[in-house]
Design a protein around this ligand. Structure first.
Ligand code: SF4
Length: 366
């Protein structure tokens, strides 16, 4: 069977008519036909990378309450931003958010640039985000392709090339369909159709405004698309993590290095995370040397903590150690903190799992 490309005009008219009647109400959205605040669009687009709308909603509201403008965010300490971001994951986004706010104030007089080229010079803004901000906030006819739009296009044209190689033909088809009129609403409409109708499983094709032009629907093999390359198995890394408690119930936290995984976030001291398991005794010896800590005493093992990052699984064995006195430390960025005050520190989800494990009654005295 051969298919014809739908005309841009006909396709975008269907999409925009649907949007006018069905647009999702989202905190960072304006009504169809109206332009939203670029600061809101930027903040939401950064938060929505790798994160669902439902999760992002409360974070977005809290950020806007604390930092209602880009100037407020630029003036905030990075640590405050990391603390409020805690739980959203992919922490490089929070560091770049702060750098980007500062750059917008320093280099663009506090006004968001409206074009893709200038947006691409800012920290944390890649080709997708630049196109999305330019399109949604400034109504410029950029080709916006997020995961939802990728799925719709792959199905409309039954693109057999597997992702990520399929990104190129998908973007070419998307460019063919993107209209000059209301491109911001068009992009948001496709995002909504992808999120609510053209879902990964059981797409609701009967409600879809573009089903008449969808080749996967015509063939009945919608869920075959987008074709994905087989996933590589993730390795498992392991480590020992120490909950070191001293007089007054304070617990030792340290700051991770600025760059890399969980960069700049707070953590409990741990051994390196590696595929070969390390015994708690050996991990403690390493910590004594690196931190200049003279720690002794019984080690209490708590329930293993499991966490998955993009490229590996992690298993951490929490070990509790109680010291008679607070020691002087040579651990950079370390502090003694009462557990009731953890919420004021930038603890990522992984470390919150460690807190839960340590505070659960299950123990193993060694
Ligand atoms: Fe997706 Fe079905 Fe619409 Fe095709 S018809 S775009 S598969 S929802």
């Amino acid at each position: 069977m051969t298919y014809q490309l739908p005309s841009q005009q006909e396709f975008s008219a269907r999409v925009l008519d649907w949007y006018d009647a069905n647009a999702r109400a989202l905190p960072w959205r304006s009504l169809p036909g109206q332009r939203p605040d670029p600061y809101h669009v930027w903040l939401s687009e950064i938060m929505l990378q790798q994160t669902t709308v439902v999760t992002v909603g409360p974070y977005f509201d809290k950020f806007l309450t604390l930092w209602p403008t880009v100037q407020h965010m630029a003036a905030a300490p990075l640590d405050d931003i990391l603390t409020v971001w805690a739980g959203l994951g992919y922490y490089a986004r929070a560091r770049n958010l702060h750098k980007c706010a500062i750059d917008i104030c320093d280099k663009f007089a506090g006004t968001f640039p409206n074009n893709r080229e200038d947006l691409l010079t800012l920290p944390g803004i890649g080709p997708y985000t630049a196109a999305a901000i330019s399109s949604i906030a400034f109504d410029r006819a950029e080709v916006v392709v997020d995961g939802n739009i990728e799925r719709i296009i792959a199905r409309l044209f039954r693109i057999d090339t597997a992702l990520p190689a399929a990104k190129k033909p998908i973007t070419e088809y998307a460019a063919h369909l993107t209209p000059c009129g209301r491109p911001g609403d068009y992009a948001q409409a496709l995002m909504d159709i992808g999120a609510t109708i053209c879902t990964p499983r059981n797409p609701k094709c009967a409600q879809c405004p573009v089903s008449v032009t969808c080749t996967a629907f015509a063939e009945g093999d919608m869920e075959r698309y987008p074709v994905k390359a087989p996933k590589k198995a993730k390795p498992t890394r392991r480590g020992v993590i120490f909950w070191i408690e001293a007089e007054g119930g304070v617990v030792l936290l340290r700051r991770r290095e600025e760059k890399g995984l969980l960069g700049g976030m707070m953590e409990f001291p741990s051994s390196p995370w590696q595929e070969a398991a390390i015994a708690p005794d050996a991990a403690l010896e390493q910590l004594r040397e690196s931190a200049g800590l003279n720690i002794n005493g019984p080690m209490i093992h708590k329930t293993l903590v499991r966490h998955t990052f993009t490229h590996f699984h992690l298993e951490l064995q929490p070990v509790v150690l109680v010291m008679a006195q607070k020691a002087n430390l040579s651990l950079p960025g370390s502090s003694w903190v009462r557990p009731e005050e953890f919420e004021n520190y930038a603890l990522p989800t992984l470390m919150k799992k460690v807190v839960t494990s340590v505070q659960s009654p299950q123990t193993d005295f060694l």
